[in-house]
Ligand binder design. Structure first.
Ligand code: NAD
Length: 437
């Protein structure tokens, strides 16, 4: 199959490289020249484990090409995927579809023969209908169809997720679109990936329902964590105790500083906007968002408490900035809210992240950056573990304690055993560990 991928970000680049790896002929298009120039020179615009090797391998075999020229990229394509951003619109939280619609308009003008146009971007119900209208209005060839194929990959494990997905969802109204997508994903059938064909609107909603449900699990366990602290129970054991029940499942039951990232915050808001448009109350999702916002805002209070009630004049070292490990993505990361609040309270903030510095630095005025965890600890009154990068899992606690000015370790990911931390001469505060506050 000849595939054109529009948008070469976290989703577009990974999907394009994986499709090429299946043996398809893929051209990735992006409107940012620096991204394409970098890719042509073998430099990745994002940090994702295994991506560079996958891109280089397929580019060297001529199956994966890059261009800023959409007309060139779309030539002879059987399937054109739209993988551009759909950020939350400022003010109302509605998904900003301007990039999607602009891409649809460009596609309409560039197509020389019918193709299936596939939205991989996360888009609200009804967007496919509007794309179909734009294509028609702007002269797309007769027989061009529109399908929805939402993406479920996770940053940090994106290649594996794409190649071994739990399911592939395809929403389409025409048989030609279903056939084209069956062919695109045929190489995955060997992995027994179930492909679920639905109507287009249903597929669009599946993506939002999935993300809202995962966000619900996180807000749920975070509230249980608060209760654990109050009653003297341990949230990690509660998570395990409920997660072993197959009806519940153990994933997304890790208490922490609240969810962040490029999807859950914006997708929950967009789902609420859709619900409002159709006048359907969604009280659960609405509470999930509220609980999460309040949690992110309150995390700095935990640090303040660990410092004896005062942030002013204190030096706080933040371990990990990205919204999760194994990515450089800083969008809506909990570290941003935490650091802002620490600074507002008068603390001096030093930070270290294994790969996120480049993205983080412009977003964090007034923060000093250290080169590793031990340099970060020097002279710090408190250390806050925000992102559970592997390299933070087995730090030499005695070495940290020896170089710090104070003794507080605030472990927002429950990585450490409280007794070990205390034995090293530090005080410990985790999340939802009532017996070990
Ligand atoms: P991103 O911002 O990393 O990438 C989007 C890319 O599209 C950018 O490189 C941008 O320059 C490019 N672009 C925008 N308009 C264009 C146009 N007209 N022509 C060519 N290129 C254009 O975004 P992302 O994280 O890859 O997300 C893309 C979509 O996928 C979003 O809707 C998101 O919700 C969804 N999604 C993201 C993830 C994730 O983990 N990041 C997972 C599943 C779904």
């Amino acid at each position: 199959m000849r595939i054109c991928m529009i948008g070469t970000g976290y989703v577009g680049l990974v999907s394009g490289a994986c499709f090429a790896d299946f043996g398809h002929d893929v051209t990735c298009v992006d409107k940012v020249p620096a991204k394409i120039e970098g890719l042509l020179a073998g430099r990745m615009p994002i940090w994702e484990p295994g991506l560079e090797a996958l891109v280089q391998h397929n580019a060297s075999r001529g199956r994966l090409k890059f261009t800023t020229d959409l007309v060139e990229g779309i030539r002879d394509a059987d399937a054109v995927f739209i993988a551009v951003g759909t950020p939350a619109r400022r003010g109302d939280g509605h998904a900003d579809l301007s990039f999607v619609y602009a891409a649809a308009k460009e596609i309409a003008g560039a197509l020389t023969r019918p193709a299936v146009i596939v939205t991989k971007s996360t888009v609200p119900v009804g967007t496919g209908d509007e794309i179909a209208r734009i294509l028609k209005e702007n002269g797309a060839p007769e027989g061009t169809s529109v399908a929805s194929n939402p993406e479920f990959l996770r940053e940090g494990a994106a290649i594996r997720d794409f190649k071994i997905p739990d399911r592939i969802v395809v929403g389409a109204e025409e048989e030609s679109a279903r056939e084209a997508l069956r062919e695109v994903y045929r190489p995955l059938f060997l992995n027994k990936a179930p492909i679920l064909f639905t109507g287009r609107r249903t597929a669009e909603l599946i993506k939002y329902a999935a993300n809202a449900f995962l966000a619900t699990k996180i807000s749920f366990i975070n509230e249980i964590a608060d209760l654990c602290e109050a009653v003297g129970a341990d949230v990690q054991e509660v998570s395990r105790g409920i997660g072993l029940d197959n009806r519940i499942g153990s994933k997304f039951l890790h208490a922490g500083p609240g969810y962040g990232g490029s999807c859950f915050p914006k997708d929950t808001l967009a789902l609420l906007q859709t619900a409002e448009t159709y006048d359907v109350p969604m009280r659960i999702v609405s509470s999930v968002v509220e609980v999460n916002d309040a949690r992110k805002a309150a995390i700095a209070d935990r640090v303040r408490d660990a410092l004896g009630g005062e942030l002013a004049g204190k030096k706080v070292g933040v371990l990990g900035l990205t919204f999760k490990p194994n990515t450089d993505d800083m969008r809506d990361a909990p570290s941003l809210t935490l650091i802002k609040r620490l600074q507002e309270g008068g603390a001096e903030v030093v930070a270290f992240d294994p790969v996120g510095r480049e993205q983080a630095e412009p977003m964090l005025p007034g923060v000093t950056f250290a080169d590793d965890a031990y340099a970060l600890a020097k002279g710090a009154d408190a250390l806050v573990l925000v992102t559970e990068w592997d390299e933070f899992r087995a730090l030499d606690l005695k070495r940290l304690a020896a170089t710090m000015r104070g003794t507080a370790l605030v472990d927002l990911r429950n990585v450490y055993v409280p007794e070990d931390v205390r034995r090293a001469g530090l005080s410990y505060r985790g999340i939802g560990r009532g017996e070990h506050r």
